[in-house]
Design a protein around this ligand. Structure first.
Ligand SMILES: *[C@@H]1O[C@H](CO)[C@@H](O)[C@H](O)[C@H]1NC(C)=O
Ligand SMILES: *[C@@H]1O[C@H](CO)[C@@H](O)[C@H](O)[C@H]1NC(C)=O
Ligand SMILES: [Ca+2]
Ligand SMILES: [Ca+2]
Ligand SMILES: [Ca+2]
Length: 140
């Protein structure tokens, strides 16, 4: 699992979303995130919207987002840390530009070349739940 939109998610994430957040709380949080990502309000997330979100994090413009760049956003570093681990699927310490296309393809479950609100919510809910499952023991 990896995700650029996951980076955006963290901008909106409230620190009250704890390890014991319920499924419906996470779904609601992801649905709120959709509104942040859907910049042009057309009820779909375009690839360009995902790329725009990701570029905000790549401070040095080297085409990849390091954990240090990612940590410059937000304050809940403990929770955010486990999300970064989940997104860095190959474990090299970076989330790269190539991951954007891959993520978009995976999110588009009905292969109509666009990501609907439902597809977005489902993808990120699963990403967060996997992060909690895999790394939740690191939370206090
Ligand atoms: C999680 O559990 C703590 C106590 O262990 C509680 O204070 C908190 O409200 C719970 N959070 C959620 C989202 O249920
Ligand atoms: C989209 O909606 C938000 C919130 O309602 C608004 O602030 C923003 O200006 C809108 N953007 C466009 C491009 O219409
Ligand atoms: Ca859109
Ligand atoms: Ca970078
Ligand atoms: Ca689709």
């Amino acid at each position: 699992m990896y995700g650029i939109g996951g980076l955006v998610f963290l901008l909106a994430l409230s620190s009250s979303l704890a390890q014991n957040a319920t499924h419906s709380q996470i779904v609601a949080g992801m649905d709120k995130l959709f509104e942040v990502v859907d910049i042009n309000n057309n009820t779909f997330v375009e690839l360009t919207e995902l790329e725009a979100a990701w570029e905000r994090f790549d401070a040095d413009g080297d085409g990849r987002v390091s954990e240090a760049e990612y940590e410059q956003f937000g304050t809940d570093h403990t929770y955010r840390g486990i999300i970064f681990q989940e997104m860095d699927y190959d474990g090299d310490g970076y989330v790269g530009r190539a991951a954007i296309m891959g993520e978009y393809t995976v999110m588009d479950t009905n292969s109509d070349n666009t990501v609907s609100r439902g597809e977005f919510d489902k993808y990120y809910t699963a990403l967060v739940e996997n992060a909690i499952l895999n790394y939740g023991h690191l939370l206090g």
